[in-house]
Design a protein around this ligand. Structure first.
Ligand code: ASP
Length: 337
């Protein structure tokens, strides 16, 4: 169990009344039921538990390092994390932990664990049970990074935070649940990730390149704004959030600006602003023009998976051409391609 912070372990500050992260013992004291579980749990906590809005790639590396250093000694890992950037962390870890063959279950809560109606206790216990779950052959049931929240287990790199208020705060809009949580835990076996070569050793990639941005389109977006973003110094990758099946404005300045950016060696990835569905670059002429300008289709990638995948591929020092190729190909179940 790796505690990074988040609402699950927070307490109200008596002066400001705002929630702030506190240490792990507070969290454990509030879950005496942990002693009733029939497996051994060890815990590790970040030196300074944080609100997940403060997460950075160096925190992702810290989590990955704990997993790497303890990989052989444990059957599975539960990461306690704030909900705000949980889907980014889950996506990033799925790429950073190459050949992962054990469960990394990320969970947190909407209400602090010390509150009477908390969802934290149930989420924590269920996440631990899933991390410990075995199939009939005695192998780990889950062998990927996943998010457990309230009634569902979702693939991490397919998940998005969909509610700031509901207990069912996460959803995977383009992929079925990995498990349903009710009276029991029912795994959706066909949906679970199975590596082609399950014997390949875990390989952790720590370098994430942050020279990436989102470009979120809207009708009326100004040429100056677009050109300003596209020409930011050092920029190497852009995730462009487009309309519907991957369409953008058909103004010549827009197509030219994108084309010039691609020609400069910047990777531009097209994902849809829709919650559900995929980019189809050849369905409309507006999408086709973007494809002709050298924009890569991100298919049905979530925004979180698209940006972290770009950071990961660029972090490996790949050429723009290589990054473009890998962006269109599923590495660990993050897209339907
Ligand atoms: N702001 C909190 C965080 O992400 C929200 C939460 O945990 O639900 O750390």
């Amino acid at each position: 169990m790796i505690y990074t912070g988040g609402t699950i372990g927070m307490k109200e500050n008596p002066c400001s009344h705002a929630l702030e992260p506190v240490d792990f013992n507070h969290l454990l004291d509030n879950v005496p039921k942990l002693k009733m579980l029939d497996f051994d749990i060890s815990s590790f906590q970040f030196e300074h538990p944080i609100d997940s809005s403060a997460m950075t790639p160096s925190h992702w590396a810290d989590i990955a390092r704990v997993i790497e250093e303890n990989y052989e000694a444990y059957d599975g890992f539960v990461v306690l994390h704030g909900t705000d950037t949980m889907a980014y962390t889950a996506s990033a870890l799925s790429f950073m932990l190459e050949n992962l063959n054990k469960p990394v279950i990320i969970t947190g809560s909407q209400l602090p664990i010390g509150e009477v109606r908390t969802d934290g206790e149930e989420n924590l216990i269920t996440a631990l049970q899933i991390a410990a779950a075995k199939d009939r052959t005695g192998s780990q049931m889950v062998r990927e990074v996943a998010i457990l929240f309230e009634n569902y287990l979702w693939r991490g790199n397919r998940s998005t935070k969909r509610s700031a208020d509901n207990f069912n705060a996460f959803k995977s809009n383009n992929y079925p649940e990995l498990a349903k949580i009710g009276l029991g835990i029912t795994f959706n076996r066909e949906a679970l990730w199975r590596a082609k070569n399950s014997r390949a050793p875990l390989k952790v990639h720590y370098e994430m390149d942050c020279n990436v941005i989102f470009l979120d389109l809207f009708p009326g977006i100004r040429e100056e704004s677009v050109r300003h973003m596209l020409s930011m110094p050092g920029i190497k990758g852009i995730v462009m959030k487009t309309f519907g099946a991957g369409n953008g404005p058909n103004d010549q300045w827009f197509i030219d600006a994108i084309k010039e950016t691609v020609e400069r060696g910047v990777v531009v990835v097209n994902i849809t602003q829709c919650n559900n569905g995929s980019v189809h670059p050849f369905r409309y002429v507006t999408g086709l023009e973007l494809a002709n300008a050298g924009v890569v289709s991100g298919h049905d990638l979530t925004a979180e998976a698209a940006i972290t995948k770009l950071m990961y591929l660029l972090g490996k020092g790949m050429t723009p051409e290589e990054v473009r190729n890998y962006m269109e190909y599923s590495l660990c179940g993050e897209m339907t391609s």
